[in-house]
Write a protein that binds this ligand. Sequence first.
Ligand code: NAD
Ligand code: ZN
Length: 252
Amino acid sequence: MSTHEARIDAVRGWVDAAARVVVLTGAGISTESGIPDFRGPQGVWTKDPQAEKLSNIHYYMGDPAIRKAAWQSRLTHPAWTAQPNAGHAALAALEARGKLHALITQNIDELHQIAGNSADKVIEVHGTVRKVVCMDCGMTAPMSVALDRVRAGEADPHCRACSGILKSATVSFGQNLVPDVIDRALRCAAEADLFFSIGTSLQVYPIAEAVDIARRAGARLVILNAEATPFDHLADSVFREPIGTLLPQLLR
Ligand code: NAD
Ligand code: ZN
């Protein structure tokens, strides 16, 4: 058995022995579904630093031109055509085995739910792009309805109830996280006996702390990411292979 195979085998043993697996995912699990990440080599911000403005709440609220550009970019968001990949499927299978305690995701694409993970296991710390929210009255509605309005000619559709600014129901940069959601995620991390960090550069706080919280509570830690993360030195095992290939092997 090669060292690599032995390391895969060890992780399988940890999964077999675990009762409460907690998984944290980031944009890297969805790149093989055709949704680029932000900070990887092909990342949206790596290639176009200006694109960060479309995700910044202050620019968005203050500048109609930024909102118009944001709506145009939502029309062609890769999430609308993306399908879950083998990595998402492996996590759905982990839940079917009864092992999954919580699936904390920074992703906004809902591919975990589409792959078959139940909504009550998925903790979306950055919200979802499949809904819109009114920034004034808090009304939420399906994204598809707002996109139909953009296609029909409204460059910057506003709330039908109160005329407030509409935005995707995601947590933009400069916007506060939802405290209850973060609390639940960090509490679940503390309850893990095995923790996977998958496809995230672990640069966004406080959620990156989930890794350390799980570790200090006694969980084993496995990190899967193409690039190094600030938490690699804490991990029991670190893998750099493509998630869609490796994760199904680890969770077989
Ligand atoms: P990130 O862009 O900071 O990091 C992604 C990491 O995944 C990178 O280090 C990259 O090397 C790695 N990676 C990419 N493809 C991989 C693969 N196939 N196999 C192994 N590793 C791979 O992503 P983040 O930490 O999630 O932070 C970005 C933020 O932007 C998130 O908080 C999220 O809200 C948002 N975002 C979401 C999506 C989505 O929903 N799919 C996409 C882009 C950005
Ligand atoms: Zn409103």
